[in-house]
Design a protein around this ligand. Structure first.
Ligand SMILES: C[S@@+](CC[C@H](N)C(=O)[O-])C[C@H]1O[C@@H](n2cnc3c(N)ncnc32)[C@H](O)[C@@H]1O
Length: 208
């Protein structure tokens, strides 16, 4: 039987002593991290929505990277839910990295940098929520993943799977699977020569 949660502490059950509500209050209170201003909505959008990916992540072995982690979703909720997995919170803006370092659970580390400039084929799963247009997000995420792993993107149920499939095919990805707005792209072949392209190129000249 689960223990009752202490009054005034997290109302979200977590698998560790991590206080989810304290973290979410800090995200909401820190300028530039989220447009959400309400704790209940932050729980829904930044915590519970992230945890929808747990069964999908569990299909693939290895460490996780949250690309463009911003205020830490989905990487921090998934690190708390999956304490046996190493999680990298990758973020291009130093100011956001400073915030992430204050809240990263023990199995998470923060890397300040751009996706296109990271070592390739280093992770089991790359995650991205609200990172960029889908073809760009796929191009930034899939090279980071080893063959046998996957990119998992929060794209919504209206995502253009044809465009995503076209980019995935060019980067060693299988056809995308859609699961309630989460798109899973298994990596089935090594990243081809020439990828990732230089920083900025994916946005200027998307692959689809
Ligand atoms: C809209 S925010 C989303 C943050 C978080 N995933 C969420 O859903 O709340 C996108 C983040 O991606 C970061 N970002 C943009 N391009 C990036 C890149 N090429 N590599 C790493 N981070 C990037 C931005 O600095 C920003 O913090």
């Amino acid at each position: 039987m689960s223990r009752p949660l202490r009054r005034g502490r997290s109302r979200i059950a977590t698998s560790s002593s991590f206080l989810a509500d304290d973290y979410l209050r800090a995200v909401v209170a820190t300028p530039g991290l989220t447009a959400l201003r309400d704790l209940a909505r932050a729980r829904e959008m930044l915590w519970e929505d992230a945890l929808r990916a747990v069964p999908l992540v569990e299909r693939f072995e290895g460490s996780l990277v949250d690309v463009g982690s911003g205020g830490g979703s989905p990487g921090i909720p998934l690190a708390v839910a999956l304490p046996g997995r190493d999680v990298t919170l990758l973020e291009a803006q130093q100011r956001k990295c400073d915030f992430l370092r204050q809240w990263a659970p023990p199995n998470a580390r923060v890397v300040w940098g751009r996706a296109e400039e990271q070592p390739v084929e280093s992770y089991g799963v790359a995650l991205a929520k609200a990172l960029a247009q889908p073809p760009v997000a796929v191009e930034w995420c899939l090279p980071l993943v080893r063959v046998g792993g996957a990119a998992i993107l929060w794209l919504g149920e209206t995502a253009e799977l044809d465009a995503i499939a076209a980019v995935a095919e060019k980067l060693g990805g299988a056809p995308p699977e859609e699961h309630g707005g989460l798109v899973v792209i298994p990596k089935i072949a090594p990243t081809p020569e020439g990828f990732p392209r230089r920083a900025g190129v994916a946005k200027r000249r998307p692959l689809a």
